[in-house]
Design a binder for this molecule. Structure first.
Ligand SMILES: *Cc1c(COP(=O)(O)O)cnc(C)c1O
Length: 407
């Protein structure tokens, strides 16, 4: 069927890709060049929050593409204004800079904090970030990230980032000096393996940053837009940041991100920040469609129900195969493994038509479309169980299928 494997040589190798060319996507399913179908629990790394090619996004960008593609960021456009209004309305923050990627938004957050430090805190510019964190791949956001594998890469890094262990307020408090301008973290470390910042820790951190007169920056690029069952991850802790960044799910599959700030923090002067594609109406139109869908009554209830169901089914599987703990919130879920077999499971699952992600060698991460159905979760569990069987893992319930309840 497959005519031949295409020649991939012209592309820079930036990740080990299997020799598969994806051709079509709809909802939770992808189809490759050979017509093989894959149940997608990666969704572009939590990007396609409404699944592949959702009708509302397709309609929004189709309409916008025939109306206005790019008036330039020097002029207002309607989707850009609407998107900012929607984010302000639902976040309780006041000012939005539409960006193109999570790294772009975080880069803007770092700049905004440094500018604020110059004006309000005597030139303070240091930002405390977390070990194991991920904030993007520009040089500054790599420097902000606490990814161990990046420590030596592209040295020298951008200075001014101190690292603290997540959920440890004592170490963090001791790092704060007159040079500190902000603390920056993810409500749940996504790339780090779905490691949550505890709600109490976030509340205490909010109080501490207020007490010290420094900013709290939350990177909600992965946790935002309903992923954790609330519109923003920090809402579980009942706090509000000074600066928040969004990305991934915001565009529902297209490159869109946002830097969002409290009005008191917003000190950019004209010329301080910008970018050729910021506020691009095509992307902003997609973002408006996503925001309207995710904030519609009942949508987040569906995310929470699906998340509860996914975690319960995974916990059952973990019991049957003697795997580790299930953690996460909403539809950002991880399964801890007792062995370093996550990459092998990912490969075995792909062969069986299931796309999973292994952020670490002993962790599987699940980030399906937020509108995933129970039947699709059941099918995922069935395929994952088959992948474990294919790797020779022993199921304690082997006389009855691991998922008899789903037959
Ligand atoms: C993915 C991610 C980023 C980077 O987003 P890009 O769009 O790839 O630049 C930043 N922060 C977090 C928490 C992320 O998950």
């Amino acid at each position: 069927m497959s005519a031949q494997i295409p020649d991939f040589d012209s592309l820079m190798t930036i990740t080990p890709r299997p020799p598969i060319v994806m051709m079509e996507g709809k909802g939770s399913w992808l189809r490759d060049q050979d017509g093989r179908e894959y149940l997608d629990f990666i969704q572009g790394w939590a990007v396609n929050c409404l699944g592949h090619s959702p009708q509302v996004v397709v309609d929004a960008i189709t309409r916008q593409a025939t109306t206005l593609l790019n008036p330039s960021p020097a002029f207002y456009n309607a989707p850009m204004i609407r998107l900012a209004e929607l984010i302000v309305q639902h976040s309780g923050l006041h000012k939005v800079y539409p960006a193109c990627s999570g790294a772009d938004a975080n880069e803007g957050a770092i700049k905004l904090a440094r500018k604020w430090g110059q004006i309000h805190r005597n030139g303070a510019h240091e930002i405390i970030t977390m070990y194991n964190s991920f904030h993007g791949r520009t040089l500054a956001t790599m420097s902000a990230s606490g990814k161990p594998q990046w420590r030596e890469l592209y040295e020298p890094k951008v200075p001014g980032f101190l690292k603290a262990p997540l959920n440890d307020l004592i170490v963090l408090r001791n790092l704060i000096t007159e040079k500190t301008v902000a603390v920056m973290l993810e409500p749940i470390q996504g790339e780090g393996g779905v490691i949550p910042a505890e709600d109490d820790y976030l509340r205490e951190l909010r109080a501490l940053t207020r007490e010290k007169g420094i900013l709290l920056i939350l990177d909600e690029v992965q946790t935002g837009i309903g992923r954790t069952g609330r519109l923003f991850g920090h809402q579980h802790a009942g706090i509000s940041p000074d600066i928040m960044t969004l990305g991934k799910g915001l565009g529902g599959g297209v490159p869109l991100a946002a830097l969002v700030a409290h009005r008191d923090v917003c000190c950019f002067a004209p010329g301080d920040q910008g970018g050729t594609y910021n506020g691009n109406p095509l992307m902003a139109a997609a973002g408006c469609a996503v925001m309207e869908t995710v904030t519609a009554p009942g949508f987040l209830d569906g995310v929470n129900h699906a998340g509860d169901y996914l975690r319960a089914q995974l916990a059952g599987l973990a019991r049957d195969y003697d795997l580790g703990e299930v953690r996460g919130r909403g539809l950002l879920v991880a399964l801890q493994l007792n062995q370093d077999i996550a990459p092998a499971i990912v490969e075995a699952a792909r062969d069986l038509g299931l796309l999973l992600n292994a952020p670490r060698v002993n962790i599987l991460r699940f980030m399906p479309a937020l509108n995933i159905s129970r039947a699709e979760i059941d099918e995922m569990i069935r395929r994952l169980a088959a992948s474990l069987d294919a790797l020779g893992l022993v199921c304690a319930q082997s006389d009855e299928p691991a998922l008899a309840l789903m037959a």
